[in-house]
Design a protein around this ligand. Structure first.
Ligand code: RNT
Ligand code: ZN
Length: 418
């Protein structure tokens, strides 16, 4: 553990260094406190949820069987609390309709099935976000939900989706803050379809029906999450990025969710923000780490993540574009999985707030691309970590080594007894 004195000394030096670049570290820290990050509940139990559907194949492929997964709502909430305490963000918690606690099917759940989540969120000061679960269910029809050509299948999932909007709106109202209702469906084909138009006609019609009812935007936002491909649907995904982008851009009030694992591996979501936010009313980011494909690896520090947050800050998007983590890894301690991702995302946010952007912006305006490149590379070595340590100290959050030690202790005392 570093001594407080050392952290404070290093911070004073870093503060001077940033000031010499025209950056006020205190201002950056104040801004940091306005940024919210949604924690994906499903990292804690490998996207299983609490329905009595049995062990049915899922469209979300989870790797590993590390001991200690949460088995009940109370265990999952306790684990999330533990991870949240290791993160400097203010948090929302992102839940799925398969996490209702009274054993009802996801078509029949109402806001009451999530009352424990809501009471807990209220008590801890978290916001909540919501998703319909369109996977791992007997009514999935060869991997299709409301883009299915089969009417019975489609109708079941359309009703389910309508219900999730009702629930999200009620959650938002009860918590007095916006609840994002994210719609992601895995619907797609292993091999090349004969008629792509037919599937997309069906999806458009289903969405029109699902989204017909309007809700008060203060408490509720719809987002549609596209995807390039998934395991088993390599050739065609009905709800592609372009489909939802076009859909959302042509309807007021509908948003899109951009998941950083859902594009060709060399595409960067950082590059998409400035294009999307001008035409679509709401944007939600799912922060994930694809390794070769949408592999939902734990988020760690990377150039892509830094670029994404940098773009958020440069575009003034904090507070406008919502953010949540989205990955699931069962091969390591699940609490560590949350904490590593949260802390990596938080470091990227802090880095973005400390970036002496004016230097590169000015260089670009003046056509001095030499200076733009030189400064950009120089900024990578500014003493962000000294500000990070100071921020953790001020918030009473353990530094890296201590965070890991506390997770190991929780594993021994709590997780290993499950
Ligand atoms: C899947 C999507 C989706 C899910 C969660 C569980 O590729 O990213 O967001 O990960 O809803
Ligand atoms: Zn996602």
């Amino acid at each position: 553990m570093q001594s407080d004195e050392k952290i404070l000394k290093a911070y004073e030096l870093a503060k001077e260094e940033f000031a010499s670049w025209g950056v006020d570290t205190e201002e950056a820290l104040r801004k940091f406190d306005t940024v919210k990050m949604s924690i994906q509940c499903w990292q804690g139990d490998d996207v299983k949820g609490f329905e009595p559907v049995g062990d049915i194949g899922s469209q979300n492929v989870v790797t590993g069987n590390y001991p200690g997964a949460a088995r009940t709502g109370d265990e999952l909430r306790a684990d999330i609390d533990f991870a949240a305490a290791l993160s400097p963000f203010s948090h929302k918690i992102n839940i799925h309709s398969c996490y209702g606690e009274f054993g009802r099917d996801r078509k029949d759940v109402t806001v009451e099935d999530f009352s424990r989540w809501i009471d807990w969120a209220k008590e801890k000061g978290y916001g909540l976000d919501f998703n319909g679960s369109y996977f791992a269910h007997p009514m999935m029809n060869n991997g299709f939900s409301y883009a299915s050509l089969d009417k019975t299948t489609r109708d079941y999932w359309i009703e389910t989706a309508k219900g999730t909007r009702e629930i999200s709106y009620e959650i938002g109202k009860r918590l007095g803050q916006v609840c994002y209702n994210n719609l992601w469906i895995p619907d797609g084909l292993k091999d090349t379809p004969a008629n792509r138009f037919r599937y997309r006609d069906v999806l458009e019609e289903s969405l029109d029906e699902i989204l017909a009812k309007k809700y008060d935007g203060e408490y509720f936002v719809d987002t549609l999450e596209g995807k390039l491909f998934g395991i088993g649907v390599e050739s065609f995904t009905v709800g592609s990025h372009e489909f939802y982008l076009g859909y959302a851009a042509s309807r007021r009030g509908v948003g899109v969710c951009l998941d950083t694992g859902h594009y060709h591996p060399t595409e960067q979501v950082a590059d998409k923000l400035s294009a999307v936010v001008r035409f679509v009313d709401h944007v939600l980011l799912h922060i994930s780490r694809g390794v070769r494909w949408d592999s939902d690896h734990i988020v760690v520090q990377s150039d892509d993540l830094t670029a994404l947050m940098s773009e958020m800050n440069r575009g003034g998007l904090y507070g406008k574009v919502a953010m949540g983590l989205d990955y699931f890894d069962a091969s390591v301690n699940r609490i560590a999985a949350w904490s590593i991702g949260l802390r990596a995302a938080a470091k990227a946010v802090l880095t973005s707030l400390l970036e002496p952007f004016a230097y590169i912006d000015k260089a670009e305006l003046e056509g001095d691309f030499t200076a733009r490149l030189a400064y950009t590379d120089e900024f990578k070595n500014l003493p962000v970590n000294a500000v990070w340590d100071y921020m953790l100290l001020k918030k009473g959050i353990p530094e890296g080594r201590d965070a890991l030690a506390s997770i190991k202790k929780y594993e021994k005392d709590v997780l290993s007894l499950r």
